[in-house]
Design a protein around this ligand. Structure first.
Ligand code: ASP
Length: 320
């Protein structure tokens, strides 16, 4: 026995409940399914032109529509998030697949991850051969005993039925200019989707080129289960975007799940808390989208801006 002050009770650490900085949208469940996408969060140095706004919102709405079509046909949440992310990877406006951010070596090295609410998961990192890294991530989950593979080669991709592509597909002029500007300005982006299907299952998918000017071989949060991507059928599916190193250190996506599961925190409060605790307090920024097994959505960011879209009873909406 000792009379030393006992340690604080194990459990949820007390944190500043005010969590001031995050912008947050709540979309309560309205039907048998739910879906949200993001196209990356980050400070915006210059405002988008009208045309850029229109193009990006249209691309986000198409991604929501692609996922929504799957869900309306009673497809799974996993199929829905995969379909939405493929759409965003193929669109050069976003930092994933075609249009991805480039390393200091001027190459696209792509990360992607899918997690299903029963904790099945697959991911690829530093991928340079898969046209759609999210499909390769899904193949890792479904066709191998592994969770994370580094840069699956053409032979493996063909065996999985995934389309192969090279740097000429991924590298676009916009990112070459961003790399050239860098060493001044660091851009990030990333795309992701979360969904709840008619059976109440949830899934999340995230795909990224990482951060402009990252070192070759750098792995961010996106392909790490629990950091940038996570799903659990009892709590939440979440896809994050922002400075990956902070998501990794905070195991942010899993922390959101843990707050719901063990502390009984509501999703909106937990989203503000994790952004504040793991990003804001460290001078970092980013955002997340999340869905509960009931179909309630939250989209939250503390980075000034986040490309985002979600499904309403009247169809897809998007804002940049
Ligand atoms: N989280 C991504 C990474 O660090 C980048 C981003 O979301 O902007 O790789």
């Amino acid at each position: 026995m000792t009379d030393a002050t006992p340690p604080p009770a194990v459990g949820h650490l007390p944190i500043d409940r005010a969590c001031p900085a995050a912008d947050l949208i709540e979309v309560p469940a309205w039907g048998s399914h739910a879906l949200a996408v993001h196209g990356g969060a980050g400070p915006r140095a210059t405002p988008l032109t009208e045309e850029e706004t229109r193009d990006r919102e249209e691309a986000l709405r198409s991604a929501v529509a692609a996922g929504a079509a799957v869900l309306a046909a009673e497809g799974s949440a996993l199929d829905a998030v995969t379909a939405a992310v493929v759409e965003l990877e193929d669109c050069a406006f976003f930092n994933a697949g075609r249009g991805a951010a480039l390393t200091t070596g001027g190459r696209a090295e792509l990360d992607a991850c899918v997690v299903r609410g029963d904790r099945a998961a697959g991911a690829v990192t530093a991928a340079t051969h898969a046209r759609n890294p999210v499909l390769a991530a899904r193949a890792v989950m479904e066709a191998t005993p592994h969770v994370l593979l580094v840069d699956p080669d053409d032979a493996l991709l063909r065996e999985w039925g995934c389309e192969v592509a090279g740097q000429e597909w991924f590298v676009v002029e916009r990112q070459e200019r961003a790399l050239a500007r860098l060493l001044g300005e660091r851009t990030h982006g990333t795309v992701g989707a979360v969904a709840r299907d008619a059976e109440g299952r949830v899934a999340a998918a995230t795909s990224t080129g990482g951060i402009t000017g990252q070192l070759p071989g750098r792995v961010g949060d996106t392909p790490l289960v629990g950091a940038g991507t996570f799903a659990d059928d009892t709590t939440v599916a979440v896809s994050g975007t922002g400075t990956g190193e902070f998501f990794v250190r905070g195991v942010l996506a899993h922390d959101l799940h843990a707050r719901l599961r063990y502390a009984g925190t509501d999703l909106a409060t937990a989203a503000r808390e994790v952004l504040d605790e793991h990003l804001g307090r460290h001078g970092a920024d980013g955002g997340l989208i999340a869905v509960t097994p009931r179909g309630d959505l939250v989209l939250a960011w503390d980075s000034g801006a986040m490309y985002r879209g979600w499904l309403t009873a009247d169809g897809p909406v998007a804002h940049v």
